[in-house]
Design a protein around this ligand. Structure first.
Ligand code: EPZ
Length: 416
């Protein structure tokens, strides 16, 4: 199993190109199930999760061709079952349910099971599809969904915001009979990106960037070309890397407007963001200051930035209260950061971080994707050497980490 060794203490300096967003690319790839025609996605990052999605779609019969950063999808669906072996590796696989059901009136998709960061049920996806006329049964760990006469438009009010449920139902509703209204829908930039691609494929969707999406179902969708938006979480992560090392880094392709509350929190912490036409520069005036953050749906502070921001706060002046409201078990990085000298106490869903003068390198273990990068950040700032094991978590969602950081002067090496 690969690990990464980092010798800390180098202020990062240079340019990091931000890749296409993983969490936009995954649902966008499932749009390949909504038409037989060619769907070309550009700016697709080379990630383990993208490879997993390609494998899943291929076994549904879709031809998936990778050429540089373009992924072309096309062809007929030959199999409507998404097997446990793939779904358990990556929960985003569950997003094939809506498209398969809308297109062919049936789907058998494995339930994803447990996850390292929380229980993560899929009840909202299922209730929404039921409201659209599907019959849902559970059989041997699989969801058996049927809508032999097609899905019908419905008004669906989500009791709380779910990115995945909004995406699944948005795709399903695009091919349903009649009008679907999704209320209290997620409005993350990845949802807007998905809606834009669906519109390019012939879908009729109103309310982009708001919490109410109105979808006028159409009978078929066609091929399209869609350019995926830059990854806002990768952007925020590298902004933290520049800040924690006291460096000066230009984040090429980054879109400040997609960062929501992350930008505000970075500013309050003493990080300076200077916007340019094709990205923004991240520097620091003086030291870092403790800032309180609470994770919330967009435009609030994203749960996917919580671990990285916590790493930043471990070396800030003063205390920081970090509250995790989205997932119930997303503090796995705390114990690992503590091994490097961080002072963090967990109280229920909050962590109190008391900044220390410096962290010290140590052997640590990655537990999930974002937690992994919080350890990379801590290692970049720490005195001495850190070895991070289980970095396959990192490879799921961050492209070319060593190359991007090494180009800015980091002493980082992969051990295979
Ligand atoms: C997406 O997951 C992201 N994944 C996650 O990114 C991200 O952390 C999360 O949204 C929140 O922003 C992808 O986009 C592929 P949710 P998703 O449905 O869609 C509960 C990363 O690091 N819930 O918005 O699964 C759920 O348990 C990752 O890149 C239900 O109870 O998240 C959670 O507490 C990890 N029932 C909350 O809602 C449901 O049916 C929000 O989850 C659905 C969700």
């Amino acid at each position: 199993m690969d690990s990464i060794r980092i010798t800390g203490g180098v202020p990062l300096s240079g340019t990091i190109a931000i890749s296409g967003a993983k969490n936009a690319a995954l649902p966008l790839m499932t749009c390949g199930l909504l038409t037989d025609e060619r769907l070309v996605l550009s700016n697709v990052a080379k990630l383990a999760d993208i490879a997993t999605m390609s494998e899943l779609l291929a076994q549904h019969g879709i031809e998936v061709t990778h050429a540089g950063r373009d992924v072309t999808l096309g062809g007929k669906i030959t199999n409507t079952e998404a097997p446990y072996e793939i779904v358990r590796k990556m929960r985003a696989s569950f997003l094939v349910l809506g498209p398969l059901l809308a297109r062919l009136g049936q789907a058998r998709v494995s339930l994803p099971g447990g996850c390292g960061i929380g229980t993560r049920p899929v009840d909202l996806h299922l209730k929404g599809l039921e409201a659209m006329g599907a019959s849902i049964e559970l059989d041997g760990g699989y969801v058996e969904a049927r809508a032999p006469k097609g899905l019908k438009g419905a008004e669906i009010v989500f009791p709380f915001v779910s990115v995945g449920a909004t995406e699944n139902l948005l795709m399903a509703a695009s091919l349903a009979d009649g009008i679907t209204v999704l209320k209290n829908a997620a409005r993350e930039p990845e949802i807007t990106d998905l809606a834009k691609c669906l519109i390019a494929m012939g879908a009729k969707i109103e309310g982009l960037e708001t919490d109410t999406l109105t979808i006028h179902g159409v009978t078929s969708l066609h091929g399209a070309h869609h350019d995926i938006l830059p990854d806002r979480i990768e952007t925020g992560t590298y902004a933290c890397a520049a800040a924690i090392t006291g460096g000066d880094v230009f984040l090429e392709n980054a879109r400040a407007s997609d960062l929501g509350a992350v930008l505000t929190a970075l500013n309050e912490a003493g990080v300076i963001i200077t916007e340019a036409e094709n990205g923004f520069r991240v520097t620091r005036a003086n030291g870092l200051h403790g800032v309180d953050v609470t994770t919330e749906p967009f435009p609030g502070f994203p749960t996917d930035m919580q671990a990285q921001f916590m790493a930043l706060m471990t070396v800030a002046d003063g205390a920081s209260l970090i509250t995790e409201n989205i997932f119930e078990n997303r503090f796995m990085h705390v114990q690992e950061l503590s091994r490097m000298g961080a002072k963090i106490n967990i109280q229920g869903s909050s962590a109190i971080v008391r900044g220390v003068k410096h962290l010290t390198g140590a052997p640590v273990m990655a537990t999930d994707l974002r937690a992994s990068f919080s350890l990379v950040l801590a290692a970049l700032a720490a005195q001495g050497e850190t070895t991070i094991s289980r970095v396959y978590h990192l490879d799921r969602g961050y492209e070319a980490v060593e190359a991007k950081l090494a180009a800015c002067g980091a002493r980082i090496q992969r051990l295979v």
